[in-house]
Ligand binder design. Structure first.
Ligand SMILES: Cc1cc2nc3c(=O)[nH]c(=O)nc-3n(C[C@H](O)[C@H](O)[C@H](O)COP(=O)(O)OP(=O)(O)OC[C@H]3O[C@@H](n4cnc5c(N)ncnc54)[C@H](O)[C@@H]3O)c2cc1C
Length: 418
């Protein structure tokens, strides 16, 4: 294998992989031999992260692995099992056909289920956990070449689900499913910050899933409410008026890329994501960051961010605020606390964005903010560790499953030092 980098970047184009090898195993045995022999290995997912989290000397893509595209519905058990290459768009199509659904989705269906779950990707909803909370079993190939299945009932499951790629090559996940449901999406425009603060709980609870978009400007730009047809009609929301045409969260971007709004009922899978499968999500040339604070700190954290508006606004394409229910997953940013997620879509300025992240991290430090693992941040292990009470257990699980440290990459060393 030549000693030069494979020519590959992440989706946003702000990270170029330093990896020297890209493998595409065609059988489980081939994957097991690869995992057992590699000195430094990571799985290449759908590349929608914004850092070197998924980089290593060797990468493995699982699209040619038998079963990687499989979706197996077990209606009696209310579960679905997916292979490593299945995206949420593919999974949703199969669940829709079976009259089933996931409780939640992220803003886009383009990402692989396994990669998304591994970084605790989330949508929004006061009562809805992140996407990893749906996992009932995980199957992986360790750096010893063994196939390990960790399922409901195992004390390891809560540690293995948000794995950050550090435990092995995940080949299958089993997720909980629920009966299919219908949602309508309405966008409300121009809300005063005072109204958001005063009505925060009612606004975030105005539907099944609610997102607040802003640019740290004079007022909130838009509130996107995804609700059941029965609860969907409102003349106004805390002073914000219903939009009369389809919107895109990023100013100036094409609203046709977004899922249908204006209160038109549709399947859960075509209303929960903001962006339609088959269309470009978000802006493209961008970098994303996100921090989670306990819900009771939401408005104080927003006030702290608004004080930085003068410095941050030139870099901001759009910001989003979402709610995520508490869970027990060891490395989940909403571990043990109902949370709000404070998201930034930045201009793709590789020099200025890290400095902006450091500024945001300082402003949010009083609120014990936790970072989104898949996005850009500057905090390092010493600052991050105190926020994760089960981190030592995760370190032990990693040591047990990967004693050779084949899946430990520079990102993991500087972020968690496990
Ligand atoms: C336009 C856009 C919108 C987004 N919207 C949201 C959102 O709404 N909510 C949110 O929370 N995040 C969002 N994100 C962030 C992103 O979706 C997640 O962080 C997610 O992890 C991306 O998964 P991936 O497989 O594409 O990433 P990758 O970078 O390919 O993989 C992520 C990590 O998982 C590991 N991994 C992947 N597959 C496996 C496997 N089979 N076994 C072991 N390890 C594996 C990789 O090695 C890497 O370490 C968005 C990103 C973009 C670009």
């Amino acid at each position: 294998m030549p000693d030069k980098p494979i020519a590959l970047t992440n989706w946003a184009g702000n990270h170029t992989y330093a990896a020297r090898e890209l493998h595409r195993p065609r059988s489980l045995d081939e994957l097991r031999r690869l995992a057992a022999g590699a000195g430094s290995l990571r799985v290449l997912g759908t590349r929608h992260t914004f850092t070197d989290i998924g980089d290593a000397r060797a990468l493995v893509a699982l699209d040619e692995l038998p079963g990687a595209g499989e979706v197996v519905v077990d209606a009696d058990a209310s579960t679905v099992t997916v292979g490593a290459a299945v995206t949420y768009a593919q999974l949703a199509a199969r669940l829709d056909a079976a009259g089933l659904a996931l409780a939640n989705m992220a803003s886009l269906p383009h990402i692989a289920v396994v990669g998304a779950v591994g970084t605790a990707t989330h949508g929004s909803g006061d009562a809805l956990g992140n996407l990893a909370t749906a996992v009932r079993a995980i199957e992986l190939v360790t750096s010893g070449g063994e196939v390990v299945r960790i399922a409901d009932g195992s004390p390891d499951l809560a540690g293995a689900v948000v794995h950050l790629g550090a435990l092995g090559v995940v080949t299958r996940l089993t997720l909980a499913v629920i009966p299919a449901y219908t949602l309508c999406q309405r966008v409300y425009v121009r809300m005063e910050w005072d109204a958001l603060e005063a009505g925060f709980d009612q606004i975030m609870g105005a539907g099944y899933s609610v997102s607040v978009f802003h640019r740290l400007g004079a007022r909130v730009r838009e509130v996107w409410v995804k609700s059941t047809p029965e609860e969907s009609d409102r003349m106004e929301l805390f002073g914000a008026a219903p939009a009369l045409s389809q919107r895109h969260p990023v100013p100036g971007a094409d609203p046709l890329n977004c899922t249908a709004q204006l209160g038109v009922p549709g399947p859960w899978s075509q209303r929960l994501p903001h962006f339609q499968a088959g269309f470009r999500p978000s802006a493209g040339a961008e970098i994303q960051s996100e921090w989670f604070v306990a819900r009771q700190h939401a408005t104080a954290a927003l006030t702290a961010l608004r004080q930085l508006a003068g410095t941050l606004r030139p870099l901001i394409l759009v910001c989003e605020l979402r709610s995520v229910a508490a869970d027990e997953l060891w490395l989940s940013p909403s571990h043990g606390r109902d949370s709000v997620a404070l998201h930034f879509t930045w201009r793709r300025d590789r020099q200025a964005v890290p400095a902006a992240c450091a500024l945001v991290e300082r402003a949010l430090a009083p609120f014990a903010a936790r970072t989104h693992w898949g996005k850009l941040f500057t905090a390092q292990a010493a600052e991050i560790a105190p926020h994760y009470p089960r981190l030592a257990e995760f370190a032990r699980l990693r040591e047990r499953l990967d004693p050779r440290r084949a899946f430990v990459n520079p990102w993991l060393e500087r972020t968690l030092a496990v």
